[in-house]
Design a protein around this ligand. Structure first.
Ligand code: SF4
Length: 428
């Protein structure tokens, strides 16, 4: 079978480009390398909008594919709908399937407004896609097609597909991704705290998360078990690709890199031996002085921590709470080993007030932590019955959260957009 993976035009930016390496690159590479049914796999990443985007998509679709897999994201749904329509117009025999975070949350939405034959709803995307290819190749006889909604005399709901609990995935074949476009995006958005260059390489060190936060999808897609690629495998990939494609540093993709201490130390040492700078995401309770020393020596420039809020009521709402002492300890240990501590906050969690928010920012600034703001996205409200426009509002950039008590909408949006300027205006 001839398969095309396609990323429709979307709002690519610094904070979501890592997904092009993982959700598009890793998923398509798995099918290219491991599929028993795909004879060829092409990838068209048209996510960076350009005047030629639709022309490029149209010409690619004319190449005659058996299956077109469309990557859906909250910011590309209307374009994903257009791509599905174009694929059917180019070749009515092409089977169209979509996968991505929105279809994991609201799969039935995709059975109504799109010209699709199947929707990936639950389980590791590449394995669900492979099951679907097998189903098509064997004339619908295989029982392997799981984790899907499929059109067969109406829409059928297949049973969920559990994550296998082992590091089955493949790293992206970078020759198939438009790295020049990515580098342009990094350049346009300027330098990131702690890094000298702009060309960032990303891959999944681990997948799955045992924390199961109710505002996050990671555990729904990749399972509750933390599964990791062996350090040697990662280093081979870095050796093969880092210099070859001219990267400046590595952004690891891992819900909590330090959850497995031995693996995190092995990874740090490997990167240190190569002299490559990198960053990661961790957890306030999963770092300590000895580990941070290894990470700092190994080239770790920055660690992001999902603090989210320090307002007691909001902490209760998201069922996530850290004491000031714990936060302080993590920040101090990072600073001691010259690693920048970056606290991720979400503004708009029910229970936050202007005063609690100010107090959190004041505390973090006094401790000299970097802060990254996003708006809280109430994914629990999202419904299959919503329209494309309604679902696209759940894109993190769209700011759907309720106003924080005591804050005007404009102030709320200004704080999310640029916390430094907001805090300076507030003289915090
Ligand atoms: S710890 Fe992070 S990755 Fe894990 S479920 Fe919570 S928000 Fe998601």
């Amino acid at each position: 079978m001839k398969v095309l993976f396609i990323a429709p035009p979307q709002n690519s930016g610094y904070f979501n480009l890592c997904y092009n390496f993982t959700e598009l690159g890793e998923v398509s590479t798995y099918v290219a390398k491991q599929s028993a049914y795909a004879d060829s796999v092409d990838v068209l990443d048209a996510s960076k909008k350009s005047p030629n985007s639709w022309k490029k998509i149209g010409s690619q679709l004319k190449k005659g594919y058996d299956v077109v897999a469309i990557w859906n994201r909250f910011d590309n749904l209307s374009n994903a709908q257009k791509v599905a329509k174009m694929a059917k117009e180019a070749n009515p025999a092409t089977m169209t399937i979509t996968y991505g975070q929105p279809s994991t949350l609201v799969p039935r939405h995709f059975t109504r407004e799109y010209e699709l034959d199947a929707v990936v709803k639950h389980g590791p995307w590449e394995l669900v896609l492979e099951g679907y290819l097998g189903h098509l190749a064997e004339g619908g006889k295989t029982g392997e097609a799981k984790g899907l909604l499929m059109k067969e005399d109406g829409w059928r709901d297949r049973e969920d597909l559990a994550a296998p609990g082992e590091p089955f995935w493949e790293y992206a074949d970078l020759s198939k991704l438009p790295l020049k476009d990515y580098f342009e995006i990094y350049k346009e958005e300027g330098h990131i705290a702690g890094f000298k260059g702009t060309r960032e390489m990303s891959f999944s060190v681990s997948r799955g998360c045992k924390m199961q936060c109710n505002f996050c999808n990671a555990h729904k897609i990749h399972g509750k078990k933390d599964v990791r690629k062996p350090v040697d495998y990662i280093m081979d990939y870095v050796d093969e690709n880092f210099g070859r494609y001219g990267f400046d540093f590595v952004s690891t993709f891992s819900p909590i890199l330090t959850l497995d201490r031995g693996h995190a130390i092995g990874f740090s040492r490997g990167m240190g031996e190569r002299g490559i700078d990198w960053k990661c995401v961790s957890h306030i309770r999963h770092v300590d002085d000895g580990l941070l020393e290894e990470m700092g020596k190994g080239g770790c420039q920055r660690i992001g921590f999902g603090l989210e809020t320090m307002a007691p009521e909001a902490e209760r709402f998201i069922k996530k709470k850290f004491s000031r002492k714990e936060v302080e300890k993590a920040i101090d240990a990072c600073r001691k080993h010259e690693v920048i501590p970056m606290m991720f906050l979400m503004l708009g969690i029910p229970g936050e007030t202007r005063e609690t928010f100010r107090s959190t920012i004041k505390f973090l600034r006094e401790k000299e932590a970097e802060i990254r703001m996003t708006a809280f996205t109430p994914f629990y409200e999202i419904k299959d019955s919503m329209s494309i426009d309604q679902i696209m509002r759940y894109d993190r950039e769209s700011i759907t959260a309720e106003n924080v008590k005591g804050m005007k909408r404009e102030e709320f949006e200004a704080a999310v957009k640029d916390i430094k300027t907001w805090a300076e205006g507030e003289k915090i």
